[in-house]
Write a protein that binds this ligand. Structure first.
Ligand SMILES: Cc1cc2nc3c(=O)[nH]c(=O)nc-3n(C[C@H](O)[C@H](O)[C@H](O)COP(=O)(O)OP(=O)(O)OC[C@H]3O[C@@H](n4cnc5c(N)ncnc54)[C@H](O)[C@@H]3O)c2cc1C
Ligand code: SF4
Length: 320
C-alpha cells in the first residue's frame, strides 16, 4: 500500500480538495491494498453526522453515513420500503453491512477482476490503456449500457432497490443539489473512469426516498452462492394492482449494466394490463431487445428473462 495522509472531517461541507473520501472503508481499503486506487490523502467522513434515517416531507432522508445493517433493520424501511431492506440483506455479510455506509455503497467500484489486477489493461483504472475483459472472462459483466471501452457491471444491490423506489441523491459541495439516482450514474462511453455526476470536492450527503409507493415489493437476486456473492442478475419490483390490473409498476435490474438498469418501456408495457404469461413474455422481450452478451455472460439473457418473469408472477399474485 502506498503512503497517504489521513484527515478526519468534522462536516461534509469543508472537505479538503484533492482528498479521497473514506467512509466504512470496506471497498476503498481493498482497492488501496491492491494499489488499484492510490490516494495521497484520505478524508474520513465517519464523524460528520449524517448517520440518521429521518422522515422528510412524505418520504425519508437517509444520511450518507447510515450503515447498511441499520438501514436494513430500520422499522420504517422494513414496513414501507421492504424492497430496500431485502436488497440490503442480500448483500455482502453481516460484518460488512455493519461497516458499509449508504454513500459508500452507492460509490463502490466494479467487481470486474481485471480492474483489480494492476497487471491487466483497464480503461477504468488507467484511461486509454485498453480493456482486458473484452475477449476475457466475462461472467460478471454487463449486457446493457456497455461501450467498446468498458463492459463492467455495477455491483450494488442497495442501489437497484433505491432506483426502483425513485430515490434521489443529495449532493453537497460548491453546487449542492438533488439528482435522481437514475441520472446519478454515467454510462462508460469513452470515459469509464468517470462513473457518476459527482464533481471534484462534492460528496453524497444523503439519499431521499419519496412517499411510500405501497403495493407489493420484491428483490430477487441470483448469484453463484446462496450468500456472500455479488448478483449475476437481480430484479427489484414495486407493483400496485387494482381490480386485477397493474396500476403502477417500477422495475430495476442489477448485475447487468454499469448502473442500476431501468427501462421505462417495460414498465409502460405492463401498466394498465391484466397479468398473464404472454404479458410477462412481452415485457421480457422489450427488456432484452437492448441486451448484448460478451460471450462468458451470454447466460444472463435467458437468466434475466426467467428472473423477471418469476418476479412478475410473484408481485402480481401476492397480496399487498
Ligand atoms: C467480500 C465482499 C462482499 C460484498 N458483497 C456485496 C454484495 O453482495 N452486494 C453489494 O451491494 N455489495 C457488496 N459488497 C460491497 C459493500 O457493500 C461495499 O464495500 C460497501 O457498501 C462500501 O461502503 P463503505 O462505506 O465501506 O465505502 P468505502 O469503502 O469507504 O468507500 C467506497 C467508495 O465510495 C466513496 N465514498 C464513500 N462515501 C462517500 C460519500 N458520502 N460521498 C462520495 N463518495 C463516497 C469512497 O471514496 C470510495 O471510492 C461486498 C464487499 C466485500 C468486501
Ligand atoms: S470491463 Fe471496464 S473495469 Fe473491466 S477491464 Fe474493461 S475497462 Fe476495466
Amino acid at each position: 500500500m502506498k503512503e497517504f495522509t489521513y484527515i478526519r472531517a468534522a462536516t461534509l461541507t469543508d472537505l479538503p480538495t484533492g482528498a479521497t473520501i473514506i467512509a466504512g472503508g470496506t471497498n476503498l481499503l481493498d482497492l488501496m491494498k491492491h494499489e488499484v486506487m492510490t490516494p495521497g490523502a484520505l478524508v474520513d467522513i465517519s464523524r460528520t453526522g449524517n448517520d440518521q434515517v429521518e422522515v422528510s416531507g412524505e418520504g425519508l432522508r437517509i444520511g450518507a453515513m447510515v450503515r447498511n445493517s441499520d438501514l436494513a433493520t430500520n422499522q420504517i424501511v422494513r414496513r414501507h420500503y421492504p424492497v430496500l431492506s431485502r436488497a440490503l440483506l442480500a448483500g455482502a455479510s453481516g460484518q460488512l453491512r455493519n461497516m458499509a455506509t449508504t454513500g459508500g455503497n452507492l460509490m463502490q467500484r466494479t467487481r470486474c477482476p481485471y480492474f483489480y489486477d494492476t497487471r491487466m489493461a483497464c480503461n477504468k483504472r488507467s484511461p486509454g490503456a485498453g480493456c482486458a475483459a473484452r475477449g476475457g472472462v466475462t461472467r460478471n459483466h454487463a449486457i446493457f449500457g456497455t461501450s467498446e471501452h468498458c463492459i463492467a457491471s455495477h455491483p450494488s444491490d442497495m442501489a437497484v432497490a433505491m432506483c426502483a423506489l425513485d430515490a434521489e441523491v443529495e449532493i453537497v459541495g460548491p453546487e449542492s443539489r438533488r439528482v435522481p439516482l437514475d441520472q446519478f450514474y454515467r454510462l462508460p462511453g469513452d470515459r469509464p473512469d468517470i462513473e457518476t455526476v459527482l464533481q471534484p470536492g462534492e460528496a453524497i450527503a444523503a439519499v431521499h426516498l419519496p412517499a411510500p409507493a405501497g403495493g407489493v415489493q420484491r428483490y430477487r437476486k441470483v448469484r453463484d452462492r446462496a450468500s456472500y456473492a455479488f448478483a449475476l442478475v437481480s430484479v427489484a419490483a414495486v407493483a400496485v394492482l387494482v381490480s386485477g390490473r397493474i396500476e403502477r409498476i417500477a422495475l430495476a435490474f442489477g448485475g447487468v449494466a454499469p448502473k442500476p438498469w431501468r427501462n421505462r418501456s417495460v414498465e409502460q408495457a405492463l401498466t394498465g394490463e391484466t397479468p398473464s404469461p404472454a404479458l410477462f413474455s412481452n415485457a421480457a422481450d422489450i427488456l432484452l431487445a437492448d441486451a448484448a452478451g460478451q460471450g462468458g455472460n451470454d447466460f444472463k439473457l435467458p437468466l434475466l428473462r426467467r428472473t423477471l418473469t418469476a418476479v412478475l408472477h410473484d408481485v402480481t399474485e401476492a397480496r399487498a
